[in-house]
Design a protein around this ligand. Structure first.
Ligand code: GTP
Ligand code: MG
Length: 195
């Protein structure tokens, strides 16, 4: 799949401001700073489409990107940023639930985890949450440039074990820095969109 057109369609925390539920959607979830926005830019070939920042917690809204006028990629707000207040983390939870429960077009959530570390307790919770909604099965292991080729397989095994992935579930290493893994992820997305 080639992404020819990508445009930000809506930035919102509120259901009544979501775009019309008329296209398939694939969302990206993961802790703050894991590289969701960077991966979105890599996939679309647009360096500045989604804001990337060294300050975790940059994306606090659900950001809907319309791709090729045929589907959407949805950048979900990151979790696990220690400095956010209790009220912010509570509103994060209800924001996710509202989106997952009400979105007909949502076909998959790509869970992003940092390749260097075993998935955190919150990553595990997030993945269980996706399983509950039947949106699990595709994991992107980000910042793959940070590990050597030798370490890569070991890191992937650790991710598989910690998230309790089944044999069919996919883990795709990606690096927004080295621009790798995006083609494989795009072809997985294409298969999901065709189903
Ligand atoms: P929130 O919006 O806070 O949830 O973060 P995010 O998940 O959107 O992360 P973002 O894409 O903003 O990236 C966070 C930081 O990680 C930035 O400093 C990026 O430059 C860096 N980063 C993202 N992807 C990669 C990668 O593949 N390799 C390396 N080395 N750094 C990366
Ligand atoms: Mg972001």
């Amino acid at each position: 799949m080639i992404i020819k057109k990508a445009e930000l369609e809506a930035v919102t925390a509120r259901k009544d401001q979501y775009p019309e539920d008329n296209l398939k959607e694939i969302a990206f979830a993961g802790r703050s700073n894991v590289g969701k926005s960077s991966l979105l830019n890599l996939l679309t070939g647009r360096k500045k489409l989604a804001k990337v920042s060294g300050n975790p917690g940059k994306t606090r809204t659900i950001n809907f990107y319309r791709i090729n006028d045929t589907f959407r990629i949805v950048d979900l707000p990151g979790y696990g940023y220690a400095k956010v207040s209790k009220s912010v983390s509570e509103s994060w939870g209800s924001m996710m639930e509202t989106y997952f429960q009400n979105r007909q077009g949502l076909i998959k959530v790509v869970q992003l985890v940092d390749i260097r570390h075993a998935p955190s307790k919150q990553d595990v919770q997030m993945y269980d949450f996706l399983r509950h909604y039947g949106l699990d099965g595709l994991v992107a292991a980000t910042k793959a440039d940070k590990v050597s080729r030798n370490e890569l397989q070991k890191c992937i095994r650790q991710i598989r074990t910690t998230l309790k992935l089944s044999a069919d579930d996919k883990v795709i290493p990606v690096s927004s820095l080295n621009k790798t893994g995006h083609e494989e992820l795009l072809s997985e997305m294409e298969i999901l969109l065709e189903d």
